[in-house]
Design a protein around this ligand. Sequence first.
Ligand code: URA
Length: 252
Amino acid sequence: MMAKHEELRATALACAACPLVDTRTQVVFARGSPEAKLWLIGEAPGAYEDKQGQPFVGRAGELLDKILAATGIGQDEVFITNTVLCRPPGNRVPTNEEITACSVHRNALLDLWKPPLVVLLGATAARVFLGGNRLGDLRGQRVERDGRVYYATFHPAYLLRDPSKKALAWKEWQAIRDAFRQLAPDTEGEAARNAASLMPYLDQVIDTPQGTGRLVQVFRDASAVVLDREPRKVTRFPTAVLSQMLAHRRAV
Ligand code: URA
């Protein structure tokens, strides 16, 4: 399957089927693992993505990564791509012609890997996969179609423009996380994964006399920063995990 995947990638990277070929720097194919049970599909690459050749690496991508970290879903557990693989000039919404031209790549990938769970980020992806309904009508609902489960949620760029929607988004992401963990039980342990994503904050507490109690507080603060939401429950970071991390950091 990986050989076929590489073939599809090579075809996509050389695609000249729509006018975006004239303005793009490069085709932005995907990042993550195509075997992942969870696929995230956005709208189209922006300026950073066009430059770097990777989807969701600008500010919206940063927020998406924080959201994933907050859910405890690892970067290796997702495959991230876009409805359209080339940047529309000025980041305009892709045209129907561009979306249709790109469906060849999109459908071939979906047919090859058959991801059971697909999250549609924003109105364009929701419209392309689920039809003409407004994003507001589709958001947060589990939709079973084509033998897979879809969830539509806010585009992270929208959340950057309207942070008041983050609380709603977080509810939707919790539902997505739960649906995903039914398909892919967390063998590594969510607490450990979350703790790892918050490793940088350890530097703030290492060598303080307050020890683990202070550490727990920092983790609360750090996770609140992640999505501007209620601090997560401390029980998500068992003392054993925290002590292990502390010991590890001291040893480095
Ligand atoms: N917005 C998208 O929809 N996709 C990206 O890759 C980046 C920003």
